[in-house]
Design a protein around this ligand. Structure first.
Ligand SMILES: NC(=O)C1=CN([C@@H]2O[C@H](COP(=O)(O)OP(=O)(O)OC[C@H]3O[C@@H](n4cnc5c(N)ncnc54)[C@H](OP(=O)(O)O)[C@@H]3O)[C@@H](O)[C@H]2O)[C@H](O)CC1
Ligand SMILES: [K+]
Length: 703
């Protein structure tokens, strides 16, 4: 997942490695043409493709695509509208414009003044690739006010002609003339209004419109002329296939002016861009495909190396804009999953203690505990205030309950901190805490949290912890992943050293254990101060799972700022807490304390419902309990949670209840192990992968 600045850097690295613009553009345009054919083809003169091209390299990509469609289906199957004066094109776009002429692709462009001394007429395309000798380079597309009548022999001169050869100027359609004349009158330069009229007529009859107007080079909202052309496209109601980004979408933030197209498909090049997953990006981009255009592997990007879904890394770690992130994929997650030895017993898979619940909010703790169980925890206990114990116990017979000291009103009492630690010591095996679901923010709960985090007094190691792994087979793999796991680099999978799994205070006091903080656990931590979390004794594994509101409280930002700067917010949470941070929401982000950043593109809006966060916290706890290091546990949990949410939904966006998601967790795990969800192979085009494969829910199989 890249910022605009990182894309520019990746481009430079590719060029330095000998893969210059022409090669990359040809790969981009041709692969996009193949993909377009697959999703919307076949094309013909009766089912044509209309390409709206801009004067930059995004337009160049569109012209390459047009050339290939013409080659496969004949020139009449495609029509190009260049919203620029051909004489002002430079570099690769100029080369592609002249190649269009040789391919006989019908095209319209804006009229411009011929350059002094420029050759006129059909011969000018003999001078390809320079754009030189043509009009002086303009800094901008002409605006409506600057529209000029078509100048005979001007704009069309350097550009395409028809399959029947260049036509005399007299054959060109007059302004407002019949667009069907595109064959005979192609390559002509038109004033703005007739250009837009022709575009409108062509789009109305098109099978699909390719949006190649603006890519990552866009600055600000589309200017008036570009906006008018995009309006024409949007009004037609024809499916739109966007190249790199829907034109005008901000590459980094996903901000979109109203005219930015709502594409049905977007083919994005080299790696996904933040703007496709943030802000309005997801609703404007439609189904996003990541196209490997051959950036050298050293740039750290591309989809080729994974054998799976989109994986996009940081060329040099991301410069400017947002930090770069890796896209979680099924293959990478599968490599991190814990593998149970055949003789595993329940102690092997650890013990999850959910500390939460209070009168009226017992369900949150129950959901976290049930999710932990379904995700593979060996044993699960709900540690709750005594008055709600029975209520907590009735849901799942497999789950134990501990009744802890409570106030008269049933809230947490400060004495519960020590009571919980005492009960935990009676357990063998790895104990992991999930603190927060339904906890409340009472003074007693706050005191407990500080004690559990070891932030109430100096702490030391828990002597009981030394025996914790005794009942684990000596050679149990603890889910250690293969090194170099694609999609995750393997590094998060390394299991935390045994000693790091727990640190704490004297045997009679509170003990610190691997911990997941969620919900009110986070709100109370915000009151303690996020920076204090770094002071926790022994730096025991800690995973924070805030939603944007909780993240805002932790960081002292507004929720709006967190949402506008999600990548930065996630990295900041992890850095300041010295912990793993999971910033929930559409495109959940997972950040490690060392600056690692991942994004999960799976899941769907139907998962925005009560109890989903509680379930996720429990799942993270389950993978910590099964021996995964915190970053690996968070990555696996987020992906499994999202996939289970997809499996539980009959269709995208249909509401899913937390209990339904939890019921699908074993199936989600199984699918990931088998490597089935959304593999690139299912798409059938090497080097092209879904950023977010189609929903695999009930009744919605991958097609
Ligand atoms: N990632 C890769 O390795 C490759 C990407 N390719 C494609 O190239 C584009 C980026 O190309 P670039 O030429 O840098 O920029 P664009 O084509 O996106 O846009 C530049 C033109 O847009 C005009 N512009 C800019 N802002 C606006 C605006 N707000 N309204 C209207 N017009 C605007 C700009 O005009 P100026 O007068 O402002 O200069 C340019 O005309 C990338 O997205 C990929 O599609 C390569 O093909 C392969 C390698
Ligand atoms: K575009």
């Amino acid at each position: 997942m890249l910022s605009a600045a990182a894309v520019r850097r990746g481009d430079r690295l590719a060029a330095d490695a000998g893969l210059g613009g022409p090669v990359l553009m040809e790969t981009a345009g041709r692969t996009a043409a193949t993909l377009l054919w697959k999703v919307a083809g076949p094309f013909s003169a009766r089912q044509p493709v209309v390409v709206l091209a801009g004067g930059g390299n995004n337009g160049g990509d569109g012209m390459v695509l047009a050339r290939w469609v013409a080659r496969w289906a004949g020139p009449a199957a495609v029509k190009v509208f260049l919203l620029a004066e051909p004489g002002r094109l430079r570099g690769e776009a100029a080369v592609q414009w002249s190649l269009l002429a040789r391919a006989g692709v019908p095209a319209f462009a804006l009229a411009g003044e011929p350059a002094p001394g420029a050759q006129q007429g059909p011969h000018q395309h003999q001078n390809p690739g320079t754009g030189a000798g043509a009009a002086p380079v303009a800094a901008e597309f002409p605006e409506p006010g600057a529209a000029r009548p078509p100048a005979a022999g001007s704009a069309g001169a350097a550009g395409p002609h028809t399959e029947t050869g260049p036509q005399p100027a007299a054959d060109r359609p007059a302004a407002g003339g019949p667009p069907a004349a595109a064959g005979a009158g192609s390559g002509v330069g038109l004033a703005v209004d007739p250009f837009l009229d022709h575009l409108e007529a062509a789009v109305a009859r098109a099978r699909v419109v390719v949006d190649a107007l603006l890519g990552v080079g866009v600055r600000g909202a589309p200017r008036p002329l570009a906006a008018r052309a995009l309006q024409v496209v949007g009004a037609a109601g024809v499916p739109v296939f966007a190249l790199d980004l829907p034109s005008g979408l901000d590459t980094d933030t996903g901000e979109a002016a109203p005219v930015v197209p709502r594409a049905t498909w977007t083919a994005t090049f080299a790696a996904a861009k933040w703007g496709l997953v943030l802000g309005q990006g997801p609703e404007r981009a439609g189904q996003v495909f990541v196209v490997d255009i051959g950036w050298p592997q050293e740039t750290g990007t591309g989809v080729g190396g994974t054998g799976g879904e989109a994986e996009a890394g940081a060329p040099g770690g991301g410069t400017g804009g947002f930090p770069s992130a890796r896209v979680l994929d099924a293959a990478g997650v599968a490599a991190l999953l814990p593998r149970r030895p055949w003789d595993a017993h329940k102690g092997w898979a650890g013990h999850v203690v959910v500390a939460g619940g209070r009168p009226g909010q017992v369900g949150a703790a129950v959901l976290a505990g049930t999710a932990a169980l379904q995700a593979g925890a060996g044993t699960v206990t709900l540690a709750v205030p005594a008055p709600v114990r029975t209520e907590a116990a009735v849901h799942r017979p497999e789950i134990m309950t501990w009744a802890l000291p409570a106030t008269a009103g049933g809230e947490w009492d400060a004495a519960a901190a020590t009571a919980l630690a005492q009960r935990e010591r009676e357990r063998r095996g790895r104990v992991v805490r999930v603190i927060g679901p339904g906890l409340g923010q009472s003074p007693g709960a706050a005191a407990c949290l500080a004690a559990w985090l070891g932030l109430d007094r100096p702490a030391a190691r828990d002597p009981a912890e030394g025996a914790s792994d005794d009942d684990r087979p000596a050679d149990a793999p603890h889910g250690r992943p293969a090194d170099g796991a694609p999609g995750t680099d393997g590094e998060p999978g390394a299991r935390a050293p045994e000693g790091a799994a727990a640190a704490g205070s004297a045997a009679d006091g509170p003990v610190c254990r691997p911990t997941v903080l969620d919900a009110d656990g986070l709100n109370l931590a915000a009151l303690l101060g996020i920076d204090r979390l770094r002071e926790r004794p022994g730096s025991f594994p800690l995973v924070l799972t805030p939603h944007p509101g909780e993240a805002a409280r932790l960081l002292g930002w507004t929720t709006a700022r967190v949402q506008a700067e999600r990548p930065r917010a996630a990295v900041e949470l992890a850095r300041r807490a010295g912990a793993v941070a999971v910033l929930k929401g559409a495109g959940t982000l997972i950040a490690g304390p060392g600056g690692e950043l991942y994004i999960c593109t799976r899941g769907h809006p139907g998962m925005a419902s009560a109890g989903m966060g509680d379930a996720l916290a429990g799942i993270v706890g389950a993978f910590l309990a099964q021996g995964l290091e915190p970053l690996a546990a968070a990555l696996v949990a987020v992906f499994v949670h999202a996939l289970a949410g997809e499996l539980a939904a009959p269709a995208e966006g249909i509401p899913v209840q937390a209990t339904q998601l939890i019921a699908r967790l074993p199936e989600a795990l199984d699918r990931i192990r088998r490597g089935s969800p959304g593999s690139a192979a299912a798409l059938g085009i090497p080097g092209v992968a879904w950023l977010r494969p189609p929903l695999e829910g009930d009744g919605a199989p991958v097609s």
